[in-house]
Write a protein that binds this ligand. Structure first.
Ligand code: SF4
Length: 413
């Protein structure tokens, strides 16, 4: 799918058809996203006719590729360990696991290669296969360390049940099982989620959430939501047993979260049911508000489609005197584009650096020819992730922006 035609089509600003919303149930992350900014949820969950009824492609980074490949590696490892009745790293059957995977590094590289193929198919991808491979190579020691640390935390039981994410066969009450990337779901709560590692026996139910990045504010909320979905999973937990241990497993430490008691769980469930019914009303009425803020919009995948964001940046100019580097990355909307030699001139419509209606120069230093094509054939564009160079000491006001390899230029239809 990553050919020039698809990419060109993608870089047009398309207003979504709100009748095309793909909503069944919330996952903890989509629910938290909805609360943060309903409009972002809408734009990320709507199906776009232009992209064969798929969701809007996300921005991609090598760090997220590594995170997904580490998760897949742990998922595969648990599956293989179960297959060989190996309950922990270095136990009596570990040698069988080793001979199957060769090494944790090899298992990771296999998964990373699969992720690279997915990334290369994303129309927003601007890196080559080699770029990703070099990035992985440069970070491989740290990656293998993270995987080894996570693997050392796996203490499996002698249970027969083994499954991977794709399995739909386990549609019965789970009493004894060790599962990786396991889908739990509750009709009562209107929620589903994938648990990284779920360990169940007669005495205990343990939920592990493996975190490959830094600790985030929502991590605790997320694992508590998993325990709630598990409690009310009508298929896998009809006896409504409570999770007894919740672990956020970071690469350098574990954080145990106190599981909620029955009364707390029931109270939370009632609150959530009311809240979800309100959120469903928003979806049915198609009244999605935007909550622009510096934190919310910074990493938003769909800001190019969100008018509120562009009005917000006009009112929230960057304070360049507080920036130590002599360059900053930003976004801009311009009109009256016109080519002059090897650069373009344009008038500012929305910016957190320049004044409205100011004339600016656009230089394209990236080798990415698609941006050049779009600039040549447009009058009005939104540009994400350009560089603005300035000199705080000399206080010379530049009126030039520079596009780099990762700049995206979106054309108004
Ligand atoms: S750009 Fe900001 S306001 Fe707009 S959808 Fe994204 S997070 Fe919400």
């Amino acid at each position: 799918m990553n050919n020039l035609i698809i990419s060109k089509k993608f870089y047009k600003i398309i207003l979504p058809n709100k009748n095309n919303i793909d909503f069944q149930k919330f996952s903890p992350s989509t629910y938290l996203k909805f609360k943060k900014c309903p409009k972002q949820w809408l734009l990320e969950n709507i199906l776009f006719d232009e992209f064969n009824n798929t969701k809007y492609p996300s921005l991609i980074f090598p760090q997220s590729l590594i995170g997904s490949a580490i998760h897949k590696t742990i998922e595969d490892l648990i599956f293989i360990m179960k297959d060989y009745q190996c309950n922990k790293v270095n136990d009596i059957n570990w040698s069988k696991v080793k001979s199957s995977i060769i090494s944790l590094k090899e298992l990771f590289i296999k998964n990373a290669q699969e992720e690279i193929l997915k990334y290369l198919n994303n129309p927003r991808n601007k890196r080559s296969k080699e770029d990703y491979e070099i990035y992985i190579d440069d970070n491989i020691q740290n990656i293998v360390f993270k995987i080894k640390t996570m693997a050392s935390k796996l203490k499996l039981d002698n249970t027969k049940v083994n499954s991977k994410k794709q399995s739909t066969k386990l549609n019965f009450e789970l009493i004894n099982a060790n599962l990786s990337e396991f889908k739990i779901s509750s009709d009562k709560l209107n929620f589903f989620g994938y648990i990284d590692f779920l360990k169940i026996n007669n005495e205990i139910i343990e939920i592990y959430d493996f975190k490959t990045g830094l600790e985030k504010e929502n991590d605790e909320k997320q694992i508590l939501l998993y325990s709630l979905i598990w409690k009310f999973d009508e298929v896998h937990n009809p006896s409504s047993r409570n999770a007894s241990k919740l672990t956020l497993a970071y690469s350098n430490n574990d954080k145990e979260i106190q599981p909620l008691e029955n009364t707390q769980l029931n109270k939370k469930a009632d609150e959530l049911i009311t809240e979800i019914s309100n959120l469903k009303n928003i979806i049915n009425n198609k009244s999605f508000e935007a909550y622009p803020s510096i934190d919310n919009c910074k990493y938003c995948n769909v800001k190019q489609l969100c008018n509120e964001h562009w009005n917000f940046i006009d009112e929230n100019k960057l304070d360049l005197s507080n920036i130590n580097d002599n360059s900053v990355n930003s976004n801009i909307e311009v009109s009256n584009l016109s080519k002059e030699d090897d650069r373009w001139t344009a008038t500012v419509s929305h910016s957190d650096i320049f004044k409205k209606n100011q004339n600016i120069i656009i230089e394209n230093r990236g080798e990415f020819s698609l941006n050049r094509d779009i600039l040549n054939s447009s009058k009005e564009v939104r540009i994400l992730n350009f560089n603005y160079y300035f000199d705080n000491e000399q206080q010379i006001e530049q009126n030039k922006i520079v596009l780099n390899k990762f700049t995206e230029v979106f054309q108004f239809k």
